[in-house]
Ligand binder design. Sequence first.
Ligand code: NAP
Length: 309
Amino acid sequence: MNEFDVIIIGGGPAGMTAGIYASRAGAKVLMLEKAGVGGQVALTSSIANYPGFKHIDGFELSQSMWEQATELGVTTVFSQVDKLELDGETKKVVAGGVTYSAPAVILSMGACSRGLGVTGEKEFIGRGVSYCAVCDGAFYRGKTVAVVGGGNTALGDVLYLAPLVNKVILVHRREGFRAEQSVIDGVEKMKESQGNIEYKLDSVVDGIEGNGKVEKLNIHNVNTNETETLDVDGVFIAVGRSPNTELLDGIVELDGGNIVANDRMETNVAGVFAAGDVVKKSLRQIATAISDGAIAGTNAALYAKKLKG
Ligand code: NAP
């Protein structure tokens, strides 16, 4: 009953696309997802670079991918993977106390938000410190918040929060932003029109303070060493993501925590494929995640078919 042709770990765009392709190639597919389908994309309010859609809501896109995968026969089980045995012809995946087996496994467990590691950060999670503007932004209506980071996520958070809150202070450790130019232009435009966005550039966070909830953000300027305390009700931390590969250490080849895969999305272990943000690559986008998923799903289904004879 728990035997499949392909087991996919992680239900983001990469995993769901792998499911769609593997199912269509005739494989019996299980997708294990620890929380909700869509991963990072489901928490993105507006996506403007997914071909075919000028703007699409991330949750809506995720749900639509999942419906498609489910209609094609992919079984989804919401359970956290605790153990992996990936050597040998039959791979075993233990999730929620249940052992599932398959000749082929696709690793597509994505990445999770990185922290700043400053004082007060852990203490105030859920009480002013957040890693998801789309999830928690509504709690800060009419209040002052800081967003930390200079990538697409941080600037996207500013665009999402500025119309909701009284003021957004963007704290970034250098002068230039890492985000795409179109996103930077969007923030600049909103800064002009809304008048409630402020930049604190060349600035790093020293600590977060408060009494039961966030009240102050301490920063300093890296050029002048001048310190400053900002009165804020919330701090949205968007300083990048780390791959969810803790379980894989010593099991598949990793480089800087990311899975090393070839152009067939094969890892160094036969029958084990990888897709999406967990893979070592230069561009992490939905478009590249689904590309990985399509390749991994097709090759995993082929591998399982060959092995079964
Ligand atoms: P990211 O692109 O890695 O950017 C992280 C930002 O945080 C950088 O500006 C970095 O500064 C800063 N940072 C890193 N560590 C820091 C620290 N300890 N203290 C202060 N600042 C720190 O991460 P992301 O924005 O989460 O994006 C992740 C990936 O998802 C990217 O490939 C991105 O393009 C993609 N993404 C795409 C979309 C979209 O297309 N709609 C939306 C969101 C994310 P430096 O620049 O100085 O290194």
